[in-house]
Design a protein around this ligand. Sequence first.
Ligand code: SF4
Ligand code: FES
Length: 212
Amino acid sequence: MSEMRESQKRKIRFILDGKEVEAMEGWTVLDTARQNGVHIPTLCFNEAVKTSGACRLCVVEVKQGGWSKIVISCMYPPTEGLEVLSRSERVMNVRRWILEMLLAECPASKEIRVLAEEYGVKRTRFEIKNPEEQCLLCGLCVRACEEVVGVRAISFGSRGVTKKITTPYMIPNKSCIACGSCVTICPTGAMQARLDAVRGAVSERTGKGFAH
Ligand code: SF4
Ligand code: FES
């Protein structure tokens, strides 16, 4: 949100799920929904770090004049008179489709499976490349390490289908202070699984053991 003082900010009125709501200048549709107790599912969003729009799960339908479109609520600024639907048929279809893609990307993530089941999605029609994968490459862990902890112990490595979360230049990085922020902020359990692997523990989440 901007540096402007609260009293200087303009208020924007729009309709959210049939009810008039008020947003402060600089808020997104998601910010306003949360302020009004409207639940919109998110994975890659966390107030503590910059927004990236990586997971697309927070989609909503926006209507104005004669047009309507699907947008991601965590990055969409509301405008005066806009109509927003957080659970329209179109939104639910797109959300189910995104969950199918997420199931294919992170088939080993219990968190993603639970979320998908909430939306009636039990399997995916997309190709599963790695049945053990849990990371959706949302980058929350990287941003938390850099923006909140100020350490930069982890980063994105490689590109395309081999892109992954690793240490800078993929070499051991002694700057990690073991604060656990990456584990706490990760929405899929991928970071916890890595920690389990490092410790050689049996994961409570997957029931699998890991080698040291
Ligand atoms: S490890 Fe977790 S937080 Fe980091 S990119 Fe993967 S899913 Fe996101
Ligand atoms: S929460 Fe909005 S794109 Fe991930």
